[in-house]
Design a protein around this ligand. Sequence first.
Ligand code: ATP
Length: 377
Amino acid sequence: MGRLQLNDLTKVFESDGSDIVAVNELNLDIEDGEFLVLVGPSGCGKSTTLRCIAGLEQASSGRILLDDRDITYEKPKDREMAMVFQNYALYPHMSVRKNIGYGLKITTDLSKDEIDERVEETAELLEIRELLEKEPGDLSGGQQQRVALGRAIIREPEVFLMDEPLSNLDAKLRTTMRTEIQQLQQDMDITTIYVTHDQTEAMTMGDRIAILDQGKLQQIGEPLECYHRPKNRFVAGFIGSPSMNFLSVEQNGRVLDHDEFSYRISEETQSALAESSQNLTLGIRPEHIRLVSSDTQNAVRTTVEVVEPMGEVTYAYFDIGEQTYTASIEGERRISADEEVHVVFPEEKIHIFDGRSGEAIKNSELGDETDTTAVQA
Ligand code: ATP
């Protein structure tokens, strides 16, 4: 079993006489066998959270429970967890066989033959049997990362902790390893906490993702739920690539006024905004912006500044006022720089955030085809 709970976990570092709150009253409840991704920008407290769970840092306050057992002050070796780091941390002068078996040698009283058997099984699982007698220096980055995974797997931990394990690999290998880790985790059914700053990794790998900013939990949920129903502007801007576009607007009755255009809203949207202040942020994802004819309601006239054809889609960058925005247009539609176009932000696809707190007031509507539970299943 490997249910892991963080209750008000807080970690404060002292640096040059001042306090740095790296993790701020973090609450997480991770189910046995779940794959949870901790994601957020550099410095948001992901690694510190993981290191507190592993016991490599001591929590300043709060509790860490593993299957209801309080492990907050337990030594790392008693926590039944295995950690995989970004830099592999392999022993350079030991063979792959010894690297994988070393943890068992020092923490168990298994015989040499028993350890050897477990090493062979693990190497088989990771398809690295032919590498067993080599040293880490003779291996590629991807192979080294497999060995690092092997060293974690062989211990049969209750929880896997992975800190940016793929960031040293090139883009193609990263994609392959991503799938392999997911497959392995599903087969082994071991609770996994995976830290990354890469939102694509988070979206594609996690059963759920927890988004952190400045040590605080911003949202936890299934990837598509966070994508379609962000709780605040931070999550909306962080999840999704290219990022959501944001425009400052003021509400005046049935109209959202921007410096450069007016946007008419339905009664329904107006009533959703009834309790909020006038100071609002309109959010629209690039793929929801439509190119339309000039007589379309709420159409905004603009000029395409730059185009980036990606094949399946083309990213078109255009200005409204001083700001540049991104639209993702289907790849077959020819569009060129300097072209004058009209764009519209379809009302059912807009998000509206409180301009001050950043809290979401209205999220985009989901059609049946984007039902998050259906897609997740
Ligand atoms: P990255 O992706 O860059 O590793 P992160 O989200 O993992 O970032 P942490 O490494 O957990 O962030 O750091 C969170 C905050 O705590 C940062 O402001 C960092 O400077 C600070 N911090 C981390 N470790 C220490 C330490 N040992 N002493 C002082 N401050 C620290």
